[in-house]
Design a protein around this ligand. Structure first.
Ligand SMILES: Cc1ncc(C[n+]2csc(CCOP(=O)(O)OP(=O)(O)O)c2C)c(N)n1
Length: 321
């Protein structure tokens, strides 16, 4: 419970810093995940380090951190430094860490779903029993053909994958009502013949338990599960977007009233797990960590101009799985 809260506080501190750095003109763009903290902390905790493979999407800093990705790596990507896992050549958050089972993020919405299913098929093909793939995406991704191809293939071949939909109701300015005829994403799984469940994405424990159960099913040959976690994006899609142009202040305020971070803090205080003072000192600790890390990474070198064409064309490569 304490680790879940720490991850949630860290996500929020990273988010806040990203938006500040962008406004200071230090980074090109920032993508906030405020409102997704509980989904990401819970799902990350269900991920088994050293075994599982994560196919994340761009709004997943929290899951990356919860799966063991280095905090400095997040800022190396934001600052586009040479030390970044892509050598400072990708758009922010498109990091990767093969040793930790964190696959590279693809900007093409839903393309990670086919990649994830391919990786899960490889795990099955090699007869590996206690490994699963966690594949995350927003509800907007479910309108893409590639999403349907991925879930269909996964269902037919019963591959060990957990699909986690972070349903925040908005795909940039497109509301879910303009995205699908049936706004219950979990129910879409039934059409493909596998289980879909809908959970409260503002509750990290509910997410942890659902993803953990789906993982257990996946590794024991039970095939995929679609976990739909209901959450909300409190900030703009990115710093290049202005959410005030397409949604009402009332709607945002209503969702804010249910903010997963203070809600989980209150739960831990009420249960006697932590005191208000302990939470405050944890908040200070993560903020300090973010400040120090930002300073260190900012001083790291930018990619050298002569590396401009490095990794542009595929060379010899090793398979992920
Ligand atoms: C195939 C494709 N179409 C459109 C885009 C542009 N785009 C980037 S993010 C985004 C919204 C996706 O929304 P959703 O999947 O709900 O995730 P969220 O950002 O809300 O977490 C779109 C349309 C893209 N990157 N790829």
């Amino acid at each position: 419970m304490v680790a879940l809260l720490r991850n949630m506080l860290l996500q929020r501190a990273v988010d806040t810093r990203g938006f500040q750095l962008n406004r200071q003109g230090k980074i090109g763009i920032a993508m906030g995940s405020e409102g997704h903290e509980a989904v990401q902390a819970g799902a990350g905790m269900a991920f088994v380090r050293g075994k599982d493979v994560l196919y994340p999407y761009y709004r997943n800093t929290g899951i990356l951190l919860a799966c063991g990705f280095e905090l400095a790596g997040v800022f190396r990507s934001q600052f586009a430094r040479a030390t970044d896992t892509t050598g400072g050549r990708s758009i922010i958050n498109h990091v990767t860490d093969k040793a930790k089972g964190i696959a590279s993020i693809s900007s093409i919405i839903a393309s990670q779903c086919t990649h994830a299913v391919g990786a899960a098929y490889a795990i099955m093909y090699h007869g590996e029993r206690d490994r699963a793939v966690l594949c995350t995406f927003g509800e907007g991704a479910t309108s893409e053909g590639e999403w349907h191809e991925a879930v269909n293939f996964a269902a037919i071949h019963r591959v060990p994958v957990v699909f986690l939909c972070e349903n925040n109701q908005w795909a940039i300015s497109t509301h879910i009502s303009k995205q699908m005829g049936n706004p219950n994403v979990a129910e879409h799984a039934a059409g493909y013949g596998f289980e879909g469940i809908r959970i409260d994405g503002f509750d990290p424990v509910a997410v942890y338990l659902a993803v953990k159960r789906a993982r257990k099913k996946a590794v024991s040959g039970g095939g995929p599960t679609l976990v739909e976690a209901l959450c909300y994006r409190f900030l703009s899609h990115t710093t290049d977007d202005d959410e005030r142009t397409y949604r009402t202040r009332e709607e945002v305020a209503q969702q804010r009233a249910n903010d997963p971070v203070p809600r989980f803090e209150r739960r831990l205080i009420d249960a006697g797990v932590l005191t208000t003072e302990q939470i405050e000192s944890m908040r200070k600790e993560v903020t300090q960590l973010v400040n120090t890390t930002t300073d260190i990474v900012e001083d790291e070198p930018l990619p050298a101009p002569e590396t401009l064409y490095t990794n542009v064309y595929a060379g010899p490569s090793e398979p992920w799985i």
